[in-house]
Write a protein that binds this ligand. Structure first.
Ligand SMILES: Cc1cc2nc3c(=O)[nH]c(=O)nc-3n(C[C@H](O)[C@H](O)[C@H](O)COP(=O)(O)OP(=O)(O)OC[C@H]3O[C@@H](n4cnc5c(N)ncnc54)[C@H](O)[C@@H]3O)c2cc1C
Length: 410
């Protein structure tokens, strides 16, 4: 077994596996080191609801057989109202999707080593030249990519990222059957991905029901463990308690039962990245973090970042005299800011504002969304300040003042 590659990717999630797939397609020697054993893969890393949209499916050639359910609409719910937006999408079976990425990468020539937990960088003159894995073994490459999600063992030790606990979002979901998908007084959730803003259920975050066919759905919630969460939290309740509370109190779940073994949980950091690359090194996906702060779309963003890292590596290797210096790798940073997560700062501000707002404000938001045209909505969602302003009211001044105070205090 060789111990030298063009590129080592740590982590076989969507970001790392896509990076390896692109590099192998271009003919590079690439190995992916994944901590989980192959016969159980993905186990703990099978964490995602995996709702996604046609732009991701077509950009990365995702096949039908990893789709649990195609959806037609996105529904936003507040405590007493809802808003329906026609928007085609797909809810993937995340485990099948991950296994398909591995199989497809292998077909292109990528190597996968499972049961290979990466623990730290191997460095020479301060630069990474390989990784230590599996408790003492080493493997070397010209470029190393950290795609281990929030674990980030390489990016942290190289001081490329500083993932802060105060910016950590946690999420949990169950797969349920026996749900009333079209209940009286609620939106019809057949073929829909529904996101609910309601601090009673998800303090400082949101909850969701993603229809997966007949009377089944993925049902979960997430929140950032920040001041907004503490303001609205109920004493002594953890995230599992909130999900149980929702299941116990929402009439749509009165006859619902959990499908055995179908629980997914994980975390991601909702913050501006400090850095993205250094000499011979790039960090992709949730390691950076790349996840969209507002609605937690991490799969498409992560895969885009994996592709941007593969493009950068290709560019660095292409000259007769390859250059993998920090300066050459900084092309990745430019691609990340322009193509992968443009307007990240504005979306972070929108996120903080949205999750600070009170429950009553969410009801007004639904009314505002109903009167806005599709283009303005889509531009507001993409971070257009002019269109975001259309959603603000005079009554939001105290909220904005509190937000400004908190920002100044940071
Ligand atoms: C409950 C929940 C629901 C979600 N719902 C959605 C959704 O509907 N749509 C969406 O787009 N996104 C969703 N996300 C976010 C999305 O799942 C993530 O953003 C995405 O999986 C990130 O991909 P990644 O490749 O960066 O990291 P990960 O998916 O975290 O993959 C990292 C990989 O690295 C491996 N690894 C970890 N440590 C090491 C190590 N030391 N050595 C080797 N390997 C290691 C892990 O086993 C894993 O395979 C959700 C997340 C959660 C938690």
């Amino acid at each position: 077994m060789t111990d030298r590659f063009d590129v080592i990717v740590a982590g076989a999630g969507p970001a790392g596996a896509q990076c390896a797939r692109d590099l192998a397609t271009r003919g590079y020697d690439v190995v992916v080191l994944e901590t989980e054993p192959e016969d159980e893969f993905p186990r703990q890393s099978n964490k995602s609801t995996a709702g996604t949209f046609p732009s991701m499916m077509s950009a990365f050639g995702v096949p039908d057989d990893v789709v649990m359910q195609y959806t037609d609409s996105v529904v936003l719910e507040s405590p007493t109202d809802h808003f329906v937006q026609h928007q085609p999408g797909a809810v993937l079976e995340f485990a099948d999707f991950k296994r398909w990425l591995v199989a497809d990468g292998r077909e292109e020539g990528a190597e996968y080593w499972f049961d290979a937990r990466v623990s730290k960088p191997v460095t020479e003159d301060g630069e990474i030249i390989g990784v230590e894995y599996g408790g003492g073994q080493e493997v070397y490459a010209d470029i190393v990519v950290d795609a281990t999600g929030p674990a980030a063992p390489l990016a942290k030790k190289l001081d490329v990222v500083d993932l802060e606990r105060k910016h950590q979002a946690i999420g949990i979901e169950y797969e349920l059957e026996g749900i009333d998908i079209d209940a009286e007084g609620y939106a019809d959730l057949h073929d829909a991905m529904m996101l609910r803003l309601d601090h009673d259920i998800a303090p400082g975050g949101y909850s969701w029901i993603f229809h997966t066919g007949e009377d089944t759905a993925k049902v979960g919630l997430c929140y950032i463990q920040n001041d907004a969460h503490r303001d609205y939290a109920k004493d002594g309740m953890g995230i599992d308690d909130y999900l149980q509370y929702w299941l116990d109190t929402d009439p749509r779940f009165a006859d619902a039962e959990r499908i055995a073994g179908k629980v997914h949980r994980g975390s991601a950091h909702i913050q501006m990245p400090d850095g993205l690359s250094t000499d011979n090194f790039m960090a992709v996906g949730d390691t950076v973090p790349t996840i969209d702060p507002l609605w937690g779309e991490g799969i498409h963003k992560g895969m885009k970042s994996g592709r941007a890292a593969a493009m950068t590596a290709d560019r660095c290797f292409m000259p007769d005299d390859p250059d993998t210096s920090a300066e050459a790798m900084s092309i990745y940073d430019e691609l990340w800011h322009s193509e992968v997560a443009p307007k990240m700062r504005t979306r972070l501000l929108m996120t903080q504002l949205l999750y600070l707002a009170r429950n009553e404000r969410y009801d007004t938001l639904m009314a505002d969304l109903k009167r806005m045209d599709y283009d303005s909505l889509s531009d507001a969602n993409s971070g257009s300040l002019r269109d975001i302003a259309k959603l603000l009211h005079a009554g939001d001044l105290p909220l904005l003042a509190r937000f400004a105070r908190e920002r100044l205090a940071e």
